[in-house]
Design a protein around this ligand. Sequence first.
Ligand SMILES: Nc1ncnc2c1ncn2[C@@H]1O[C@H](COP(=O)(O)OP(=O)(O)O)[C@@H](O)[C@H]1O
Ligand SMILES: [Mg+2]
Length: 365
Amino acid sequence: MTASTDDAFVVFDRVQKSYDGETLVVKDLNLSIGKGEFLTMLGPSGSGKTTCLMMLAGFETATHGDILLDGQPINNIPPHKRGIGMVFQNYALFPHMTVAENLAFPLEVRNIGKSEREAKVRRALDMVQMGDFGGRRPAQLSGGQQQRIALARALVFEPELVLMDEPLGALDKQLREHMQFEITRLAHNLGITTVYVTHDQTEALTMSDRVAVFDDGRIQQLAPPDELYEQPKNSFVAQFIGENNTLMGTVKEINDGVALVELDDGELIDAKPVNVAEPGERTLVSIRPERVEISKDRLSPDAHLIHAEVLEFIYMGDIYRTRLRVAGNEDFVIKTRNAPDQPRLKPGEKLEIGWLPEDCRALDA
Ligand SMILES: Nc1ncnc2c1ncn2[C@@H]1O[C@H](COP(=O)(O)OP(=O)(O)O)[C@@H](O)[C@H]1O
Ligand SMILES: [Mg+2]
């Protein structure tokens, strides 16, 4: 789902933020989020994700620019009037209240009557499969159960927009994966617009309609998960998302949408020019482990092949993972299916590898 500014539910328009009046931690944010969209802000620690969420929630003010919610500027609307549900990593449930009282609280604040309140609390508890836990106190729940209650509390007043900041960071892997599924299911079933923050790329790729990759206060790329993985726009995104092999070289020529690159060890390869334009330019070429070909069958007869030496071969059940030395890079990884026609390589073995030009991206150095 892609949002144009017209039907956007949330709009950041040239938003900047500085805490100290000097350094911009959010540099020039332009982002439109569609109604019902699940958008994830993904990026390393300190890249400005939480700051963006806090501005949207109303706990921080933008230094410059506007934030619109359903077409209305919200700069001057206090947090509790924005009608936004929120879940954070440190899910501060009220410890002195029962689970049911915790959930009733946002409804009381909104002056919803007792019987309607009770019905909504019950429905919210059922939604996160915690229907029997209304009488407990938070301290009597596991971390995962508390996080479900925090989620139910954010949804109980049926907000149109929910913000989540690393909500699963404290949970173990299995529960985290289960909750990822629960959250996306609930958000889609209820038609809620969700802005989700994480530094975990797998979480971002599996949950989102679109992902905004942040670095250094800027969006480096905004795209659906498959596009982000398969068509990274620059070397930051290529290296941040998924496993990735990189080689350094210089562009020799660009013909018919294919760049001929001379690697630093003198070998020639074919790549798709993404953000290189001229012969002579330095480039970092990027290729995914599963796109490297060790057999020539799928390659054109004139494809450039380069030399590789096997350093390590790991049997992983469904795939083989092989570490190679390629053009001086000793961490060049390839993945091959475990299938009868795929060889099991041995350390010390020499081979030639290649790829389709469109599978290898010539990026900024
Ligand atoms: N309340 C604050 N006061 C001053 N600096 C802050 C504050 N909150 C965050 N920062 C700084 O702003 C930058 C972005 O932080 P943050 O938005 O929390 O990033 P992220 O959530 O991506 O880790 C960091 O350099 C951080 O130190
Ligand atoms: Mg943060």
